[in-house]
Design a protein. Structure first.
Lengths: 442, 477
């Protein structure tokens, strides 16, 4: 069975899952069973098959599991959003369609993707502009500058910036990794990269600090810097560089935490969310209470308590017991309704995507492709870790979206572009592997 | 680079394992503690979506019912109390923001229909929404009304118990509050100096005054130390525990027997009797009546006060230095609740056997199945002989002694008055008793706080009104 046929067959159970999920929500909400959920499942399958055809034509050798896994996450998200509020699910479906269109456009027009290497400084500049844009054009949510208002819609530029930064880092490190290793010197037992090549890396560290202080976005900062350290490690093979980078980040974060009270507060809440459970710790303690209601199998789709009983003044912006159930805290709602099993399933899907992503990186031949696949996979997987970790109190809570599940257009679109790049790397790598084995057999 | 990529993936899996670990901690291992966390309002909010069962009075009228607000998934039920403040303190209230007290709290499980896990899973599979049971209370609206009218706005309390079953027919605490007002006026009630939210019937500790002589008489007769014809001097003053004790108004009595001493409530006689009996005997009989422990009422523990001898908040026992002579006449540091004194009267009325007091009589589930409560014995306080002797002596009190105001025409009443002087001219006025004396149907305690009047004239008429209301209701129904 060819890779593409496998992909096609994998999409069918995903569409069935959408149908089953919508059916469950409809039954709980209205005790009525129409053909509506079958219709939604049908639409979903049609969209995925259409995209599959684009992949079949342009990237016939690409990894067969990445797209179905992403579709699975999107299905999860759509069902949860439908359960929270019908309007949210409708918006999200529109974003999903737009995401698929941009995904196809990226595959069709960005060929070959190696061309990105040539424009790396332009891309880096674009990334930095995107990062600091909200500070000048945007508005604050929870003290952080996360979004830019574009007419009727708000746009979160960090979502796109993460792709730009990874492309730049992959390209830059691919070119300089040898000098970084060869020129490294042992100073007091510490292996340090040569000063000359340290500059650009310090710039990345500086960018992470700017994110932290200027944009006040701890989550994105951790995500970016994590991907950066991962790429340094893979490019140079030197764990000491990672340790140095980590130390620099911690020192920087600690230093700025003194001056920026919002970071300090995030840490205090993390250490004891129940200390001020009615005030600053409200979000996190409510998130944990929601998970406690879930148990092993959850309360069932549509059966958990998300809205304040008797409150009719708008949901989810008001009347939500757990704030932001459709964005930051959607994982807590999943655990509430589908239990530990549902939560574990979500984490497992992200782990499987990461596995396919790293496999792509391993199969890729050239350094840029390897680093690009590694970087994209890492930043994607870290984003899931940062928000789920925040919601479950593994790390301090920061506001990033749960990729493909959370409500929000920027996140869906950016992650579909990320997936397109990853599939392009995969297509090239796997084609080479296929041709090699054919030659050997021939 | 491939080796590093594999290591990186391994590191990521460790991070994801942490996510799984924390999720399972919150959702499984720590879930029970989290559900019990004070800041967790989810259980309360969920109960609000359950149709809480009605609370019925003894005559079947609704004391509390739930009214739906909103519709669909967002429907909640809000508590309504159609009889206003008539049952305010004993029944309490149940609201999301202010929580629950009283009967609403102690019978919460029945009222919200909490069942065993297995039964509720069955219900869920069958698509039944959780519905609460109806709980019928033994409280009688006409008896409540008689007591409220009798107290006529004076601060105090009335408790009426059926001696043979322990059912509480009336429990009134004045000032009362209207539970419908709780959501709006809770803070105001809480600040109010007259303490309307304080259930005097079960929470207030008053000096019992001479009503305590019923306990002392029980100890004297049942221990065999005294007979009704035993004599002691009734002169005034008599030195008790080194301090002179006077009779009410300094009245002098000669050497008189026990019946006379009870009829005229002679303090010096009873204080000497108490000293003769001693602390151990006195405490033994007090405990049999239910002193020194929380009453076994179906009521929240924090709303039940213990009756006994207190030093501040510390409950004293027979080994502590106590002036037992003055305890015997209801002075010293003795504090009793109106509920406890109603139990004292009920024990005498029920041939010396004390029944557990209770406010509920029946539970009716949504399918109409009924569970009736069997009466439960609490303790054998005294022999039947002692009880019948004491019954006669207490009839004498009402027939010709201090309790004539409690007499009910056509029915023989047994009773005992009490007047605890708090300061000159300020008394806690008591009456406890039961009727009909030959076949007791109801035992009642009454107290009016800080009044200038005496026990008999103040509380006697209230006793009479409540007793008549209940006895008429019985004969009529």
């Amino acid at each position: 069975m060819s890779a593409r046929t496998r992909e096609l067959f994998a999409l069918i159970p995903v569409a069935l899952l959408v149908t089953a999920g919508f059916t469950a929500v409809l039954i709980t909400n209205s005790d009525q069973l129409g053909n509506l959920s079958v219709l939604y499942g049908g639409y979903f399958l049609a969209l995925c098959v259409a995209t599959h055809i684009v992949i079949r034509i342009r990237l016939p050798d690409a990894d067969p599991y990445l797209f179905p896994l992403v579709a699975l996450l999107a299905a999860f998200g759509m069902v949860m959003l439908f359960r929270l509020d019908e309007g949210l699910a409708r918006d999200q479906a529109n974003w999903f369609v737009l995401g698929l269109i941009l995904f196809s456009a990226t595959i069709i027009f960005l060929r070959p993707y190696e061309a990105l290497e040539r424009y790396r400084y332009v891309i880096a500049l674009a990334g930095i502009v995107l990062l600091i844009m909200p500070r000048f054009l945007g508005h604050q949510t929870n003290d952080a500058f996360l979004a830019v208002d574009l007419g009727p819609i708000t746009f979160q530029p960090t979502e796109l910036a993460k792709i730009c930064i990874v492309v730049f880092l992959a390209s830059y490190l691919n070119e300089h990794r040898e000098v970084l290793v060869v020129g490294a010197r042992n100073v007091f037992g510490l292996v340090l990269p040569p000063i000359k090549h340290l500059g650009p890396l310090l710039v990345v560290w500086g960018a992470a600090m700017v994110l932290l202080v200027f944009i006040r976005d701890l989550g994105s900062s951790v995500m970016f810097f994590g991907a950066f350290l991962a790429l340094i490690y893979v490019a140079t093979g030197r764990l000491s560089f990672v340790v140095i980078g980590l130390a620099m980040f911690v020192i920087g974060a600690w230093f700025f935490a003194q001056t920026a009270p919002h970071i300090q507060e995030r840490f205090d809440i993390w250490l004891d969310p129940f200390h001020d459970a009615g005030g600053s710790g409200y979000q996190l303690s409510q998130s944990i209470f929601a998970q406690a209601d879930g148990g092993l199998f959850g309360r069932g789709l549509g059966d958990s308590l998300v809205q304040l009983p008797g409150c009719d003044s708008g949901f989810p912006d008001r009347c939500a017991i757990l704030p932001a159930p459709h964005t930051d805290f959607i994982y807590a709602v999943i655990v509430d309704e589908l239990g530990l099993f549902g939560g574990a399933a979500v984490v497992l899907i992200y782990a499987l995507i990461a596995e396919r992503g790293y496999k792509t990186a391993i199969l890729a031949e050239d350094g840029f492709s390897k680093l690009l696949a590694t970087g994209l996979t890492t930043i994607f997987a870290l984003q899931a870790f940062v928000i789920i970790g925040g919601v479950t109190r593994v790390i301090p809570l920061t506001g990033v979206t749960l990729p493909f599940i959370s409500y929000g257009g920027s996140s869906i679109i950016a992650n579909f572009v990320l997936l397109a790049l990853l599939l392009m790397v995969s297509d090239k790598a796997r084609r080479r592997v296929r041709l090699q084995s054919q030659t050997r057999i021939g | 680079m491939n080796r590093q990529i594999i290591k990186l993936f391994g590191f990521l899996l460790i991070l994801y394992a942490l996510l799984f670990g924390f999720t399972s901690y919150w959702s499984i291992f720590d879930a029970d503690d989290l559900k019990a966390n004070q800041a967790n309002r989810r259980p309360l909010l969920e109960e609000q979506q359950i149709k809480r069962g009605d609370i019925l009075a003894a005559d079947g009228s609704a004391i509390a019912r739930s009214r739906p607000v909103g519709s669909g998934n967002n429907r909640v039920y809000v508590r309504q109390y159609p009889q206003g403040g008539l049952f305010g303190n004993p029944i309490g209230y149940s609201f999301v923001t202010q929580g629950r007290v009283g009967f609403e709290l102690s019978h919460n499980d029945e009222l919200v229909g909490n069942k065993t896990e297995f039964l509720s899973i069955l219900d869920e599979l069958q698509g039944h929404a959780q519905v609460g049971d109806k709980v019928q209370s033994s409280l009688d609206p006409s008896a409540q009304e008689a007591a409220v009218n009798g107290l006529a706005g004076r601060r105090g309390s009335v408790v009426a118990i059926v001696p043979s079953t322990g059912e509480v027919r009336a429990m009134v605490s004045i000032p009362e509050y209207d539970p419908n007002q709780i959501p709006k006026r809770f803070a105001q009630f809480n600040r109010d100096d007259s303490a309307p939210l304080f259930n005097r019937a079960t929470q207030a500790g008053y000096p019992p005054g001479s009503t305590m002589k019923v306990v002392t008489a029980t100890a004297a007769l049942d221990s065999g130390e005294f007979t009704p014809s035993s004599t002691l001097s009734g002169r005034s003053p008599v030195e008790i525990d080194g301090v002179p004790l006077n009779n009410s108004g300094g009245e002098q009595f000669g050497t008189i027997d026990m019946t006379t001493a009870l009829t005229n409530s002679v303090n010096t006689w009873w204080a000497q009797a108490g000293e003769r009996l001693g602390k151990d005997t006195m405490f033994e009989y007090m405990a049999r009546f239910g002193f020194d422990a929380k009453p076994r009422l179906d009521y929240p523990g924090f709303q039940l006060a213990t009756s006994g001898v207190f030093d501040g908040n510390k409950l004293l026992g027979p080994s502590d230095p106590i002036d037992i002579g003055r305890v015997a006449i209801g002075q010293e540091r003795l504090r009793v609740t109106p509920l406890q004194m109603a139990e004292v009267a009920a024990a005498v009325a029920n041939n010396g056997e004390l029944m557990e007091p209770r406010l509920w009589s029946r539970v009716i589930d949504p399918d109409g199945r009924e569970t009736r409560l069997d009466p439960a014995r609490q303790s054998r306080v005294m022999s039947e002989d002692t009880a019948s002797t004491l019954n006669e002596m207490m009839q004498n009190v009402v027939a010709e002694g201090t309790g004539t105001a409690g007499a009910v025409s056509g029915i023989d009443v047994a009773g005992k008055t009490g007047t605890a002087e708090l300061s000159p001219g300020v008394n806690d006025a008591w009456f406890i008793g039961f009727a009909p004396a030959s076949d007791p149907q109801i035992a009642i305690s009454c107290i009016v706080e800080r009044t200038s009047g005496f026990g008999g004239p103040t509380c006697g008429p209230i006793f009479k009104a409540v007793a008549e209301s209940i006895l008429q209701g019985d004969s009529g129904g």
